[in-house]
Ligand binder design. Structure first.
Ligand SMILES: NC(=O)c1ccc[n+]([C@@H]2O[C@H](COP(=O)([O-])OP(=O)(O)OC[C@H]3O[C@@H](n4cnc5c(N)ncnc54)[C@H](OP(=O)(O)O)[C@@H]3O)[C@@H](O)[C@H]2O)c1
Length: 238
């Protein structure tokens, strides 16, 4: 799939990786980018005339339906919007588990469902689900987040199989640590969001189903392939 000329829709486009993806899409010649955010005023600084601001909370069924109706020319859906609550398996607030599951799993699923027919009507296209390296090994202090991303990874596979006959490619993205607000306070090595965004677009253009867009992601996936149990322990100790 070529980015040049594509019409993309990006959730969580107001900051972090989502904003970097909008900018990278424009740089590579996207014809139009629907930039979606919960608070539409946070998109006011987007100046490129190819951007179209959209109000969207992916956990709001009516807003999801309206977004798909308003963006019927979309050929590339990027499910980037996501939340991270620090909630561990033994003592974490179940409300935090529910919230991450509602956003990262059900929100991603709702958006993919709503846009599948849009993409099909346009002759095919792509769905990109931003997941996480924690899919391959849970990080216990964020056990709820890890589970929500694992659920989203599973549904990504199901969508891929069900949409394959409709000329729609489905890509899972498994970043390691990205330098955004989400992990601002974590003292670990992070990759700059523009670099991660560029690598994601490279992966889409190369037709990769699974995309590992930064050095931590690539090393982590290699370690998981070499020894699943050792990788699980490594992630558990981070
Ligand atoms: N940063 C990392 O190290 C890392 C690693 C792996 C994967 N990821 C994933 O990358 C994606 C982008 O995260 P980020 O690092 O850019 O974090 P971020 O800076 O915290 O941005 C998160 C974005 O998601 C939006 N969002 C949250 N809940 C939403 C909802 N219910 N509906 C619509 N949008 C919602 C936020 O909107 P508001 O501004 O309204 O809150 C914000 O735009 C997420 O899916 C995250 O899980 C991040």
């Amino acid at each position: 799939m070529h980015i040049n000329g594509t019409i993309a829709f990006v959730s969580g486009a107001n900051r972090g990786l989502g904003r970097a993806l909008v900018e990278a899409l424009l740089q590579r010649g996207a014809a139009k980018v629907y930039a979606a955010a919960r608070r539409v005023e946070t998109l006011d600084d987007l100046r490129d005339p190819r951007t179209v601001p959209v109000r969207l909370d992916i956990t709001d069924a009516d807003q999801v339906t309206r977004a798909a109706e308003a963006a019927r020319d979309t050929t590339l859906l990027v499910n980037n919007g996501g939340s991270l609550a620090l909630a561990d398996a033994l003592s974490g607030d179940l409300g935090a588990f529910e919230s991450d599951m509602r956003t990262n799993f059900l929100g991603t699923l709702a958006m993919s469902r709503a846009f599948a027919s849009v993409l099909e009507d346009n002759g095919g296209g792509g769905i990109v689900n931003v997941l996480s390296l924690v899919v391959f090994g849970s990080v216990p202090p964020m056990g709820g987040y890890s589970a929500s991303k694992a659920a989203a990874a599973s549904i990504t596979q199901a969508l891929r199989a069900q949409l394959a006959g409709k000329q729609i490619t489905v890509h899972g993205v498994f970043p390691g640590a990205v330098d955004t607000d989400m992990i601002r306070d974590f003292p670990i090595t992070k990759t700059a969001a523009p670099n991660v965004a560029a690598a994601i677009l490279d992966g889409i253009e190369a037709g990769h189903s699974d995309i590992f867009p930064d050095p931590m992601a690539q090393a982590g996936y290699q370690a998981w392939r070499a020894d699943h149990a050792a990788f699980e322990q490594q992630m558990a100790s981070t």
